[in-house]
Design a protein around this ligand. Structure first.
Ligand code: URA
Ligand code: CA
Length: 434
């Protein structure tokens, strides 16, 4: 008897039919299936898994549970970019204006940060006057006019995913590759993209702890994209250490401006080049990865990416007069810690630094928490760099009244300096899945 038979089929390891999956999602979204039944079904999926075809049907059912954004009035291949969530990850702020400057339209909906990872929407809101919430017609018009707009999720995107995610969170069923893959891809498909480039992260600071699991998740999402006729590619990246050097919202905007001005860090620019090249490839503007990477380098060197960033900030009501002249970050207190040893940076515990920045007010523990855009941590070194005693290691930006010396001491304990050059530094990018 419906829906018990659908739960039993998955419990017994059967492959569900397209009809079963769509009916289950439609009925649950409409309130015709109880939470305890959906929870049992999720646990069966968690334990038994799903084929690529089942996962694609689940994705499509969740995508169609609410609004589907219609980007067809924008000419060209609309390419979306998504990261599974990182620390010091400003890639979107850098790569979106770069590929837009090359003629790939970017009509992107970005999330807010939760927990120790940041969200692009919060970063942009650090810019005075910036409006992250635009009516849909204005959003579309801006992309048609200048090739780039970034807003928070508008309308009712994938409500089935919202309901199921809350249930997963409460029932120990979050860490399932088909459930994560369908959750992410349903929102991308409902957001109207023609093609998708994913940054799938692994490591201490990521959802996926191992490279192997990140690869499986990426493979599943790329397969869903193909089956849903949305060309999808995934870059597998390490989150063993922060990607860039800035943790905190206004600091990350400053880092993006630096990167667009040709002063980006090694690890960050490696990811920008790889993601940018894939976006140019699927967007039909580059013929090969090498050509795409060269185009990204040229757009940075010519200043065209930075010009597009300024144009975009102004279009959404933000102040752009500071760009290229001074830093955006103005915190009440600053404290710079210097290194007491000589050697090499062998570890930077990204997750711990993200948690410290969050506790200072850079992120939210709960959805409704306010954010302080000016607080955070700016590192002066990357993983593998050499350092000498007396060189600055990081600057802490704090609220009035914060115990800076105490926080700095805690941060310092998460940056490991050893006298020996490390014999292996995990490469940032391990693979590109197509
Ligand atoms: N991000 C999502 O959007 N969904 C998941 O299930 C996990 C990460
Ligand atoms: Ca680690």
């Amino acid at each position: 008897m419906w829906p018990i038979d659908c739960i039993e089929h998955k419990r017994d390891g059967k492959v569900l039919t397209k009809e079963e999956i769509h009916r289950f999602i439609d009925d649950y979204t409409a309130g015709r299936i109880a939470d305890y039944q959906a929870a049992a079904w999720l646990m069966a999926v968690y334990l038994r898994g799903m084929t690529a075809e089942e996962t694609t049907e689940l994705t499509m059912a969740m995508a169609r549970s609410g609004d589907i954004v219609d980007l067809s009035s924008i000419p060209g291949v609309k390419v979306d970019k998504h990261s599974t969530g990182g620390i010091a990850d400003t890639t979107t702020l850098i790569v979106a204006p770069l590929v837009a400057a090359a003629g790939v339209p970017v009509a992107k909906m970005s999330g807010r940060g939760l927990g120790f990872t940041g969200g692009t929407a919060d970063k942009l809101e650090a810019i005075p006057g910036f409006r992250i919430e635009l009516p849909e017609d204005q959003f579309l018009q801006q992309v048609r006019r200048m090739g780039l707009a970034l807003i928070t999720q508008s309308g009712d995107i994938a409500p089935a995913d919202k309901l199921l995610y809350a249930l997963r969170d409460a029932t120990g069923t979050v860490e399932s590759i088909p459930l994560i893959a369908s959750s992410i891809m349903s929102k991308k498909i409902a957001s109207g993209a023609d093609a998708i480039v994913l940054d799938v992260k692994y490591g201490d600071g990521a959802f996926m702890k191992t490279k192997e699991d990140a690869r499986k998740l990426a493979r599943m999402m790329v397969d869903i994209g193909r089956l849903a006729h949305k060309p999808t590619r995934a870059v597998i990246t390490s989150m063993e250490a922060p990607l860039g050097t800035a943790i905190g919202n206004s600091l990350e905007v400053d880092e993006a401006v630096d990167a667009l001005s040709g002063r980006g860090g090694r690890r960050l620019m490696e990811v920008v080049r790889a993601i940018g090249a894939q976006m140019l490839l699927v967007g039909g503007k580059a013929g090969s990865e090498a050509e795409g990477e060269q185009m990204i380098d040229d757009l940075v060197a010519s200043g065209k990416g930075l010009a597009k960033f300024k144009e975009f900030v102004k279009a959404q009501g933000g102040s752009a007069s500071w760009i290229g002249k001074r830093l955006l970050t103005k915190a009440p207190q600053m404290f710079t810690a210097v290194c007491t040893d000589e050697g090499y940076i062998t570890e930077i515990h990204g997750r711990a630094l993200g948690e410290i920045a969050m506790a200072m007010g850079a992120g939210r523990a709960r959805k409704e928490d306010p954010i302080d855009p000016m607080v955070g941590i700016r590192l002066f070194k990357e993983l593998g760099d050499s350092i000498t005693a007396g060189e600055p290691l990081f600057t802490l930006y704090g609220k009035a009244g914060a115990d800076m010396a105490c926080i700095a001491q805690e941060i310092a304990s998460h940056i490991i300096v050893q006298s020996q050059r490390p014999d292996h530094i995990e490469p940032v990018i391990s693979e590109i899945i197509t």
